[in-house]
Design a protein around this ligand. Structure first.
Ligand SMILES: C[S@@+](CC[C@H](N)C(=O)[O-])C[C@H]1O[C@@H](n2cnc3c(N)ncnc32)[C@H](O)[C@@H]1O
Length: 293
């Protein structure tokens, strides 16, 4: 590990331009409270392959990876769908890094669509341990063209896993509440307070002319990230997003008084983040010098 990130979890809000597997390798174990990941969806054989076995270490296996059963799960999945094998070969070493980087109270939110979520859940059960599964969140929206040949798909899935099921951080009191669907059925006091969101979140996509719009194609709504950051981190905690895109996680973290570390390999994404988060330190890997240099 270099000294580049030895200051974590303290230190400045930072944006890194670089491949996330290379960048995460520089970060110390257990330096992050909350990780949100929104990887590109399974788009076929376009991702570069990464070795699975070389990134796993003996310490990791001892601390909870379930080696033998995981290999069995992987073998079964890979026989079932070779597209998944390619995609998973890309994603898996990055999820192992996420596990390593979380502190003992930490939580991973993995944002996927319906084409990957079921594979990922089985694999994450094996990787984190089944007891570490916290939730399957459904983000439901209603926008865009609708198929008439099947039920139109209008949701994403966010899988939630904690590092230590006996010690994880979760503050439901800090989460913005929402209106009751049937306010006539509850007391006026309850109506006034609103209800705690469940695991199904109705939320619009980023509107084309809204305040938060950056123009980045895959930008996610701040409202979705807000709940995640409120529930699974405290003010001052460090939040990591290493598929950061337009920097939604950083924008929300900043608004809520958390520190952030954002990584993306795309210079276009980093340009968007730099404009959205002008106070962040911006560096690029491998030099890890200021990208102004
Ligand atoms: C779905 S987008 C994330 C969008 C983000 N949640 C937002 O709200 O804007 C996925 C991002 O992952 C980045 N990415 C893909 N592969 C990467 C890699 N190996 N290392 C770093 N970033 C990567 C892409 O450049 C893209 O910006």
């Amino acid at each position: 590990m270099t000294e580049a990130f030895a200051w974590l979890p303290e230190g400045p809000d930072t944006i890194v331009l670089g491949d996330n597997l290379a960048v995460t390798a520089l970060l110390p174990d257990g330096c992050i409270r909350l990780i949100y990941l929104d990887p590109p969806f399974n788009t076929g054989r376009t991702q570069s392959r990464q070795s699975i076995t070389t990134t796993r270490n003996a310490d990791g296996a001892r601390q909870g990876f379930q080696g033998a059963s995981y290999d069995t799960v992987k073998g079964t999945l890979f026989r079932y769908d070779d597209r998944f094998e390619d995609y998973w070969a890309f994603l898996e070493p990055r999820l192992i890094e996420a596990w390593r980087l979380l502190d003992d109270r930490g939580t991973l939110y993995l944002h996927l669509d319906y084409r990957e979520a079921h594979y990922a859940k089985v694999a994450l059960d094996a990787l984190f341990g089944r007891d570490s599964f916290l939730n399957e969140l459904i983000w439901a929206y209603d926008y865009g063209a609708k198929s008439t040949k099947r039920w139109p798909s209008k949701h994403d899935t966010i899988l939630v896993y904690v590092k230590n099921p006996a010690n994880y951080y979760f503050d439901s009191e800090a989460v913005d509440r929402e209106p009751y669907m049937a306010p006539g059925l509850v007391t006026p006091e309850k109506v006034a307070r609103g209800k705690l969101p469940t695991d199904v979140w109705w939320h619009t996509i980023v509107s084309t002319n809204g305040r938060e719009r950056t123009g980045y194609a895959t930008q996610k709504p701040e409202g979705v990230l807000r709940r995640i950051v409120q529930a699974s981190s405290a003010p001052g905690d460090r939040v990591l997003d290493f598929f950061a895109g337009s920097g939604t996680t950083g924008a929300v973290a900043q608004a809520l008084g958390r520190r952030y570390l954002l990584v993306d390999e795309s210079p276009a994404a980093v340009a968007v983040m730099r404009a959205r988060l002008p106070d962040a330190v911006v560096v690029s890997h491998p030099s890890l010098r200021s990208s102004h240099d």
